[in-house]
Design a binder for this molecule. Structure first.
Ligand code: APR
Length: 314
């Protein structure tokens, strides 16, 4: 398994480190536009492996030639949020960066599975799908695993139980309108609604929606990366090990949930062939409406991005 990570910043380097520690790849290529950074970080990660007893080649580079024939490509290049910024505020800068990364990566790895992390996530995933021309089974965005992990953490903190006892599902776009599905959230199999009053659940849902901003407000100079990287590595492992794991991922929809021509977070089965199935949960009218509102936000941002890219090209 050859893994390429584009962008050797906080998310990219942490993903490379975790992927190496977990032994999900034989070779990891860390690529960045800045000279020295990917080389230094990759060497540092490589040097940690004798200590932990893992074996994997970790290479840092500025050249896409070194990424040739990757099985999985993760795109984390771009700028992160600062306090007061929404993910959509990153649109102009990150659309140009992700477009150029996707164009160069696909030239060398035409058969890879692509995982997009750069924000605004759903829109950057749509862009990568269009630029690479790959089928929708080969391009996904990482958001749902992270949003779900945040929701699970807040529930565990509230109830004083293990995070691993909690199952949850967060659908929709990776923004303020994401849709944590309370009805599908359980603690050791017990529905959350039987354990907490509605106002506490509403507060945890809101904290999940604001989860990224909460970290940005603390860090001030950037956004979250430990949990995002862990989420990416879970998705990489699901594909690399053909786990057939059901995870919420941002995918291009073609009629599922009544939505088309938009990227949105829904539960999918990840295995060696990429997205092997898209699951359609039974939703109440209110949940369906919330999902459609979230998809409408993504659609508006896609339209804005297409305008911006056209202006840049003319
Ligand atoms: N090609 C390759 N790398 C690039 C390019 C490019 N064209 N443009 C920028 N980069 C690199 C930067 O040099 C930097 O090393 O992307 C890296 C981004 O790293 P950070 O600034 O640390 O940002 P990070 O926290 O990793 O977030 C990256 O993921 O979660 C999202 O919103 C976040 O969009 C942001 C992205």
């Amino acid at each position: 398994m050859k893994l390429t990570i584009i962008g050797a910043g906080n998310v990219g380097a942490t993903t490379a480190h975790l992927a190496a520690l977990q032994g999900v790849a034989r070779e990891i290529v860390l690529l960045d536009i800045v000279e020295g950074i990917p080389q230094g970080k990759a060497l540092d990660i490589y040097e940690s492996l004798p200590i932990v007893g893992r074996d994997c080649r970790v290479i840092g580079t500025n050249s896409y030639q070194d990424t040739a024939n990757s099985d999985i490509v993760v795109i984390t290049a771009g700028v992160p949020r600062k306090p007061g910024m929404s993910r959509d505020d990153l649109l102009t800068t990150n659309a140009g960066i992700v477009k150029s990364c996707a164009e160069q990566a696909i030239a060398y790895s035409p058969h890879a599975f692509y995982i997009v992390v750069s924000n605004p996530l759903d829109v950057m995933t749509y862009l990568t799908l269009k630029i690479t021309g790959l089928p929708r089974t080969r391009v996904v965005g990482m958001a749902g695993v992270l949003d779900t992990a945040r929701f699970r953490t807040f529930i565990a903190m509230e109830l004083g139980v293990s995070v691993s006892d909690i199952s949850a599902m967060v659908l929709g776009g990776h923004g303020d309108s994401m849709v944590p599905l309370v009805r599908y959230t359980t603690v050791a199999g017990v529905p959350l609604a039987e354990l907490l009053p509605p106002e506490r659940i509403a507060a945890l849902v809101q904290r999940t929606r604001d989860g990224g901003a909460e970290i940005v407000a603390y860090l001030k100079t950037g956004s979250a990366y430990y949990a995002p990287a862990a989420a990416v590595v879970q998705m990489i492992a699901a594909v690399a090990d053909d786990r057939k794991q059901i995870l919420p991922c941002a995918v291009f929809l073609e009629g599922e949930y009544g939505l088309s021509d938009v990227v949105c977070g829904v539960p999918v089965k990840l295995g060696r062939s990429g997205v092997e199935e898209i699951f359609q949960l039974e939703l109440t009218e209110a949940e369906q409406e919330a999902l459609h509102r979230s998809a409408a936000d993504v659609r508006r941002t896609i339209a804005r991005m297409e305008e911006l890219l056209q202006q840049a090209a003319s």
